[in-house]
Design a binder for this molecule. Structure first.
Ligand code: CP
Length: 308
């Protein structure tokens, strides 16, 4: 297919065909990271700005590694080191970055909708690296890639997402991504962390974690996002771990070939026990490795898109 998309903003706007094309491109680029010289000249002369207004380990680093493996130049900017601390608006920051003519701006921001706003404002491609509680499309794409690699398909699978659904952009993007690709998505967690009406996105809700665990082909565990909670939504971390944490005992009720996923960062002993996070069902570090290939694919595709 001809890839024509300038920006990667959310999973809603990507078609099934585009998602399949992105995943196939990522699979073909993955081998580069296994070479002794992990670099190809594909994006030589391209400039990628990494503008992270919120903390990140995996997304920021993997975008930088991805860009460098394709020989692009990268420039990093954070909220605290930009002139936004002196009162410059996001609009002016974006227009000034645009004046330096980067090919791609990868942005993470705590406000939902910022990448969409920038995409209308600037000529550079915008890639959403996570906006507020709204969307994290590159995480959802690398999760789809990991499940497809491990299970050989996406359609007909049952994906259970456990935890703080209310505050999770990863959950929202994965609900859209997995249902679009033919999987069934089941959500579970404390009732205070499951937004009313979330079923309208195409997922099912159960308040019985054992039901979600025992029927799943994939269990995706989410961190409690304390930084986005305005009030206490559960009595204590100990209580949460006992009722909703995935440990050896709760995992014993899962299918033998279940995959355990987590977008990171982990709170070991809260939503997931160390023996499950590091156990044989876990593909958590494979998600991280696939994040590099997936982001190489996105940078390659938006930089080489067919302009309509
Ligand atoms: N999964 C994820 O977005 O991790 P970071 O916050 O470390 O980028």
């Amino acid at each position: 297919m001809n890839f024509t998309r300038k920006d990667i903003l959310d999973m809603e706007s990507l078609s099934v065909e585009e998602i399949e094309f992105i995943l196939n491109t990522a699979e073909s680029l993955k081998e580069i990271s296994t070479r002794s010289i992990k670099k190809v000249p594909t994006l030589r002369g391209k400039t990628i700005v990494l503008f992270f207004y919120e903390p990140s380990t995996r997304t920021r680093t993997s975008f930088e590694v991805a860009a460098k493996r394709l020989s692009a130049d990268t420039v990093s900017l954070s909220g605290s080191t930009s002139s936004m601390v002196k009162g410059e608006t996001l609009f002016d920051t974006a227009k000034n970055l645009e004046a330096m003519n980067p090919d791609v701006i990868v942005i993470r921001h705590n406000a939902s909708g910022v990448p969409h706003m920038l995409a209308k404002l600037v000529q550079s491609s915008i890639i959403n690296a996570g906006d507020g509680m709204h969307a994290h499309p590159t995480q959802a794409l690398l999760d789809l890639m990991t499940v497809k690699e491990k299970k050989g398909r996406l359609d007909g699978l049952r994906i259970s997402i456990i935890g703080d659904i209310a505050h999770s952009r990863v959950a929202r993007s994965n609900i859209v991504g997995f249902t679009k690709m033919g999987s069934e998505v089941i959500l579970t967690g404390p009732p205070t962390m499951i937004p009313k009406g979330i079923e309208r996105m195409g997922a099912k809700v159960t308040f019985d974690p054992d039901e979600a665990i025992s029927n799943a082909d994939v269990i995706m565990v989410l961190r409690i996002q304390k930084e986005r909670q305005e009030t206490f939504l559960f009595p204590s971390e100990r209580e949460y771990a006992r009722l909703y944490g995935l440990d050896r005992d709760s995992l014993s009720r899962a299918k033998d070939d279940v995959l355990i996923m987590h977008p990171g960062p982990l709170n070991r002993g809260v939503e997931i026990s160390p023996e499950v996070a590091d156990g044989p069902h876990s593909v958590i570090l494979e998600q991280v490795a696939n994040g590099v290939a997936l982001r190489m694919a996105l940078l390659y595709l938006v930089c080489n898109r067919v302009k309509e």
